[in-house]
Design a binder for this molecule. Sequence first.
Ligand code: ADP
Ligand code: MG
Length: 253
Amino acid sequence: MNTERENASPPDSREASDPAVRMEGVNKWYDAFHALKNIDLAVGRGERIVICGPSGSGKSTLIRCINQLETIHSGRIVVDGQRNVDLVRQETGMVFQQFNLFPHMTVLENCTLAPMKVRGLAKAEAEETAMKYLKRVRIPEQAVKYPAQLSDGQQQRVAIARALCMNPKIMLFDEPTSALDPEMVKEVLDTMVDLANEGMTMLCVTHEMGFARSVADRVVFMDRGEILEIAPPDAFFGAPQHERTRFFLGQIS
Ligand code: ADP
Ligand code: MG
């Protein structure tokens, strides 16, 4: 048998081969409303997934179930090999359409709060980490300002930096550019492209199809709580399989 080889494997080799996210037969209801129907989705480490679909199709629900902001009724979701709520939350960074920054705290304080409270970092260390990520999203000079003093695009970049300060393994984005003025969409997408290029595992709900084409490894199309289609961008945009997908793509283009 191959026990020798197994014994020679490093202790974390099994974990390293686990997908970043595995959803199996996931169902969720809001009262009588069936919001997620038999969702199967495995996301590889470093994979970039774009999720699109009509309003109300379950995109936010799917994302929120992954980091356990919502509970599921059947099936299972494993994130980085684990199902423990606290661990899963610590491994996933989330960026929402509304930036959800604390208005009474500076940019720097927004970024250091969770690392100090949840991870127990000392202030100096948390601030060093925060400045690293504020540089990465290209707004270190805004650190001492309050959110209201920033443009929407800058606020969303702070929200991304804040999520990164927890050193997540997976970043979840729920329509991060939908609330932005058109001229600010690019600066936020650019920081997301940077992240993707660094190898971050990402699931992004977005209708920015240029981003999907250039960054996504696979595009997921959801409709009425189901994953109808999942394919690499070339196939997804070039030869969508479902009438609903073609209709949707026709509408947003
Ligand atoms: P999407 O993000 O694709 O627009 P959502 O996941 O937000 O869709 O919502 C999917 C469906 O579930 C919608 O019909 C929505 O009205 C419903 N829904 C979402 N959240 C709740 C909730 N907290 N309570 C009841 N229904 C909800
Ligand atoms: Mg949504």
